[in-house]
Every structure is written in C-alpha cells, then in structure tokens.
Write a protein that binds this ligand. Structure first.
Ligand code: UD1
Length: 417
C-alpha cells in the first residue's frame, strides 16, 4: 500500500460531492442477500470495506458487479451460509451478514469477530437477540454456528444498549421471520432508516425506524430493488474539519444537513459559519478556530463517535483548551499519540481527552491506527507546516473514496506514493 503525503498550509476552497455512506452501504449489501432477484445499489462508494462485502456475497453464491458507483447483486442462486475466516478478519462489519444469511438460509456460520482497533467490540447483543428469535447457537473453536430449524419467529427484544449493528442485524433477520418482532431501545441512526427503506421497497414491512421502537412484520420473501445510498455524514464532517483548519470555504454537495446538526453546532462553536442550502451545506472557516465547550459522544442524534477524531484534529489548532468525552467505545484514543507527533497537545485518561490548542502543527512521519484516526491525521497534516508522511492508509481506504484526489481538487497538495 502506498503512503499518503500531505503538504500543509494550503487553503481548501470549492465544491465537493460527498460520497454515499459507508455505514449504510455495508448493511444494504448484506440486505441484498435476503432478496431473491437482482438488487441495484446506487451512490455506492468504492471502498475496501465494499470490496470485502462483495467478496462475501460472491462466496455466498451471488453475482456482483461494481461500475460507476453502482453495485448490482444477483442473489437468485444463494448457495452458502458461511463467511470464511479471512473475510471475517478483513472487516468486522461482516457480522452484519449474520442476520441476512440466517434469514435466507436458516443457518449461518461465522468466525468470532473478536476485538479490534477500538477496544473490545462484543456481539453479545446480536447473539442474544438471534437466540430470542429462535436460533440455536453453538460456539466451537472460535466459530459461531446459528441454526433456526424451520425459520426464525418474531418476538419482543429490548436492547440493553441501542447498538447500531445489533438493531440492523435484528431487522435483517426479522424481515422474513414468521410473525411480528418489536425492538425496544433500538438505535436511531439514519443508516438504520436507510436499511429499512431498502427492505420496505423490496417488500418488507418495517415501521418506526428513526424512533426507539421498531416493529417488523415478517413477510415470506423479498424481491430485488433499486436503491440510492444516503450521503455519508462522517465523510462530510471530515471535509468540514479539513476546511476549518485551512481557513477554507467549502460547499458540500449531496448531504442531508438534518443528519449532522450535532456536528454542525460544534463547528459553529469553533467560529465557522455554516449555511445549509437544500441538499448542500456551505462552511466558511474563521482565521483562527476557537475552543469549544465539552463535547460528549452519544448515540444519534448526539455527537457521533466516528466524528470525534477529525474534530479533535481541528481543536488541536484552536485557541484555548477543549475537553472531549468518548462514551461509545472504550479504547478510541490511540490516534492521539500520532496527532501529538505533529505537535498537537492532547492528553487522554480513560474516556476523557483534553486538547490544548497550539499555534502551529508541523509535519512528521505518522501512521493510521484505525479508519477515523487516519482521517484525523489527514486533517492535522492539512494544518501543519511541511510535508507529513502518513503510513498504513489502508485504514483510510476502508471508509473514504478518492480522498487524495478530492483534497487536491480543493487545493490541497496531497499525493500517494
Ligand atoms: C456502527 C458503525 C461504527 C460506529 C458505531 C457507533 C457500521 C458499519 N459501523 O458500529 O462506525 O462507530 O456504529 O455509532 O455501521 N456493543 C456491545 N455488544 C454488542 C454490540 C455493541 O457491547 O453486541 C457495544 C460496543 O462495544 C460499543 C457500543 O455497543 O461500545 C456501540 O456499538 P454499536 O452501536 O453496535 O456499533 P457498531 O454497530 O459496531
């Protein structure tokens, strides 16, 4: 994998079309496996995680094609019900396929996804929900085997935490179960509504997404449909942070401003001017960013954990000291050591990070510890004097499409070599 080089201190200006949401497209691709027939997913970004999802679908017996940001999946001849271990390792979100495989094949075998870069990421909520829906679960030598006999049966599930992935897996498995499933304390993220919109146009009967109670009346079968992925609110936040640290002026096209009100308000607190114009959003950065009152990550519609790293990179060059509290994942601050290599002054202790704004960052060699941590390094490098070398950019490519080309088009000096 090449490295990413960014020469900082170039102002970003102009317009950018924001990519389709990574966190929507992965469950949507899993959902195509539930549909007998051909599904077409438009506005699909080309990401390493999308490539991994297509490998899983192909293994399961689907014919997949990607062209011009459109994926076509023909799931007519589904034949397998397992996800090979190497594909599970490529992408933790492959757990998203569990509900769809079980729904379609009545059996699913995956290897345990284990821990990863954000600390332990258990799937206990997914497993206990599937058990409630009637799946028998066996664990053997790191493999999890799910069997639903003659099919899953609708039930009431109350989640102990409104997990995004668990809510999506329950929706996927209950869509073709017999009877009605009710999820209480469901996650409310827009990506969940996107999944329900896809499934409903394929023939499912899912109600209440976007609220904390989701009702799914199981249907016998789903057919293939055409669907357009919602815009990526985290990619949008990343480009906002990039504009903010370069005193830039950007128009983000193809966004849903209502999806990131909590993000916009923090940028406004930093002194940015933000104006939603229909499906676009314009941001003007001030000469010097300001510190912000304590930011806490929360489930939607609170401040999203995935936007934390890029915000912290921006706060590194703000006037004054800011405090950030990470409430969703236990071990999300590994990238702060890398930001500090560029001269940021960030101290972390458990959930809390204290960011003392500095006048200048300066280029250094650094590496991505995870996807959003990598994006934070890009933002910091844009603000730093000199040329920063960023290694392990495969993390960034899991979630950002054409990031260096996009930045160059906006006036940055960024190249991969
Ligand atoms: C999804 C997003 C991820 C985002 C996260 C939170 C995708 C592909 N990924 O991840 O980018 O950071 O939502 O908005 O959409 N938990 C359990 N047991 C479980 C499941 C989750 O304890 O069975 C805990 C997790 O460890 C974590 C918290 O719940 O502390 C949130 O996880 P969850 O909402 O499930 O996130 P993901 O779906 O993995």
């Amino acid at each position: 994998m090449p490295k990413l080089y960014i020469e900082g201190k170039h102002q970003l200006n102009g317009e950018i079309e924001v990519q389709g949401a990574k966190n929507s497209v992965l469950p949507l691709l899993a959902a195509t496996f539930l549909c007998s027939g051909i599904s077409v997913i438009k506005n699909c970004p080309w990401l390493l995680d999308v490539e991994s999802s297509l490998k899983i679908l192909t293994h399961l017996g689907c014919e997949c094609k990607f062209e011009d940001n459109t994926v076509t999946v023909n799931a007519t001849n589904a034949k397998n019900c397992d996800i090979p271990e190497e594909l599970m390792r490529e992408m933790r979100s492959s757990v998203m396929f569990l509900g769809a495989i079980l729904g379609r094949m009545k059996r699913a075998v995956i290897s345990s996804p284990g821990g990863c870069e954000l600390g332990p990421r258990p799937i206990d909520l997914h497993i206990s929900a599937l058990k409630k829906l009637g799946a028998n679960v066996k664990e053997d030598h790191g493999f999890l085997e799910f069997d639903s006999g003659d099919g899953l049966k609708g039930c009431e599930i109350t989640l102990g935490f409104p997990s995004v992935g668990a809510t999506e897996n329950i929706i996927l498995s209950a869509a073709t179960a017999s009877g009605t499933t009710v999820i209480r304390n469901a996650a409310r993220e827009p990506e969940i509504s996107d999944l329900a919109d896809f499934l409903n146009s394929a023939g499912a009967r899912i109600y209440g997404c976007g609220s904390d109670t989701v009702i799914i009346h199981g249907v016998k079968a789903l057919n293939g449909v055409t669907h357009t992925v919602i815009p990526d609110r985290i990619a949008a936040a990343t480009y906002m942070a990039a504009a903010a640290v370069t005193e830039g002026e950007l128009t983000l096209k193809n966004v849903m401003p209502s999806h990131f009100v909590s993000i916009s308000s923090v940028f406004e607190n930093m002194g940015c001017k933000i104006e939603p114009i229909g499906k676009s959003l314009k941001i003007w950065a001030p000469k010097k960013l300001k510190r912000v009152p304590t930011v806490r990550t929360l489930v939607y519609p609170g401040f999203p954990t995935d936007a934390g790293p890029v915000l912290m990179a921006a706060l590194s060059v703000a006037k004054g000291t800011s405090v950030f509290v990470e409430n969703i994942f236990e071990n999300r601050y590994r990238y702060t050591d890398e930001l500090n290599r560029l001269g940021a002054k960030i101290k972390t202790e458990a959930k809390v990070a204290v960011i003392e704004g500095v006048d200048n960052l300066s280029a250094a060699k650094c590496h991505c510890t995870d996807l959003r941590g990598g994006a934070a390094l890009v933002v910091a490098a844009l603000a730093a004097s000199g040329t920063t070398e960023i290694d392990k950019i495969e993390h960034i490519k899991r979630g950002y499409e054409n990031i260096s080309e996009n930045l160059r088009r906006l006036g940055a000096v960024a190249y991969e070599e």
